[in-house]
Design a protein around this ligand. Structure first.
Ligand SMILES: *Cc1c(COP(=O)(O)O)cnc(C)c1O
Length: 453
């Protein structure tokens, strides 16, 4: 029989996360204070995050041990399976080998619990009673609700209003795991009220929801904030994906030429690719790592590299990043998890140094890839995940045209069982492609008063 599914045992769950900061030739520039624009130290983050996560955020240790309790909870769904996509390969008639790592087996249905569990754990250890956060498509909010509940922490989620209205079952999931969920912008925060004053019908955005969640944490003594992507410690927690993938490919006697993952804030892309990039940085390997963003939110391929805020109102520290500007509101594509204006500091530095690649794909091609994948491999992917599949197919076709065979690994970061409304729209022929005009990008960037680099 063909080896289709490559599994690991629980004892093979990695014991350490990989921190690429240790091996980067150029470290990211420091974060700046939002008001003074001067570099900040770790203590400035203390109102928002527990100390252990702040330490991880600035750590340059190559390996960080995964606490036993976290590793133990990981085993609820980890190790996750890897598959060789034989049926997809056959359907596109490629000579290349396509593998995918499947993160949709987690309780929340995506990679997000990989960081939600340790974040809730470190907060609980430091006595935090409540965590506030934002969610776009609902993946992060549900993952954190699940994790907080395991540690007896209250969880309050600001959910981007369009998703709140369009994805009622994600909200019910969060409620089932015990969290409170508000449509954002809300009347509960200064940030929300100021947006609603200007635009009572605001559909919301991730940037706005972050402002609300940060405000709740900053103004309540017993509350901390958690972010599901972008930050260094989040990317590090997600390396569990790539570390497992490496062991699995080793079992299959293979090694990737190309790694592909969808890109929102960078966490699942970092998760699958960083452990392999370490081989590039230290051992002369030449794996290509390609981040795939939607054409409607092209910060990596068309944004500028400069300091910017992580949120819309301008409350977070300034981070060096590829950004479309923190006021940029992307078109309402169905891949809600990819509608974020910026990228993390590590990813941005790696891209600037030419150590990773980025591309963008329109939503119709992504859904075509997702439907082909469903009809061959069976799993219905999250709309975000379709971006990785579409690029994996593109790369296989390029290899075929060049008459070579490549080993391609992509991250199937989540399933789309709660996203069927978007498939319904696609199948009915109602989806449209969105290309941002250069004028819109320039307008948004021209509004920035943050430091250039
Ligand atoms: C959150 C999310 C993303 C985007 O976030 P990254 O940090 O870039 O990974 C992509 N896919 C799914 C399924 C998500 O839940």
């Amino acid at each position: 029989m063909k080896q289709r599914k490559i599994t690991l045992t629980e004892s093979e769950i990695p014991t350490h996360w990989y921190n690429i900061m240790a091996d980067m030739p150029n470290k990211p520039l420091p974060p700046l204070h939002p008001a003074t624009q001067q570099p900040i130290g770790p203590e400035a983050l203390a109102p928002l995050f527990p100390m252990e996560l702040i330490k991880q955020e600035v750590s340059t240790d190559q390996w960080v041990e995964i606490p036993d309790e976290v590793r133990n909870l990981y085993s609820i769904w980890r190790p996750t399976p890897m598959f060789r996509a034989y049926e997809l390969e056959k359907a596109i008639g490629t000579k290349s080998k396509i593998y995918y790592k499947y993160e949709g087996v987690s309780p929340a249905g995506s990679h997000k619990p990989n960081t939600a569990i340790p974040q809730a754990y470190y907060n609980a250890k430091e006595g935090v009673k409540k965590i506030s956060t934002e969610t776009g498509a609902g993946q992060w909010g549900s993952s954190l609700s699940f994790a907080c509940n395991l540690f007896g922490i209250e969880c309050e989620v600001f959910m981007v209003k369009v998703s709140y209205e369009g994805k009622p079952y994600r909200k019910v999931m969060m409620n089932t795991w015990g969290a409170k969920v508000h449509a954002s912008p809300s009347q509960l925060t200064q940030a929300g009220r100021s947006i609603l004053e200007k635009d009572p019908n605001s559909p919301g955005s991730l940037g706005i929801a972050i402002s609300e969640a940060v405000e709740v944490a900053a103004t309540n003594e017993d509350t901390k904030y958690a972010l599901g992507s972008v930050l260094n410690h989040v990317l590090m927690h997600q390396t569990i994906i790539g570390l497992e993938a490496k062991k699995q490919l080793e079992k299959a006697g293979d090694y990737p030429d190309i790694i592909v993952a969808p890109f929102g804030g960078g966490s699942n892309f970092a998760g699958i690719s960083f452990p392999f990039l370490q081989d590039n940085l230290l051992h002369g390997k030449k794996v290509r790592a390609i981040a795939v963003e939607p054409t409607s939110c092209p910060k990596l391929t068309r944004g500028v590299f400069r300091y910017d805020f992580g949120d819309t109102v301008g409350m977070t520290p300034l981070l060096p990043m590829y950004t479309l500007g923190h006021n940029f509101i992307p078109s309402p594509i169905h891949a809600g998890g990819l509608r974020y204006h910026g990228a993390g500091a590590i990813i941005s530095q790696l891209l600037r140094d030419g150590l990773i690649e980025a591309t963008s794909i329109n939503q119709i091609e992504c859904f075509e890839a997702g439907v082909l994948f469903s009809r061959t491999e069976g799993i219905i992917p999250a709309p975000e995940a379709n971006h990785g599949i579409a690029e994996a197919i593109r790369q296989a076709k390029i290899a075929d045209e060049e008459g070579v065979s490549k080993t391609i690994l992509f991250n199937l970061c989540g399933h789309g069982n709660f996203d069927l409304a978007s498939y319904e729209q696609f199948l009915a022929g109602n989806l449209v492609d969105f290309e941002v005009s250069q004028a819109d990008i320039e307008k948004s960037i021209a509004e920035l008063t943050t430091p250039t680099i």
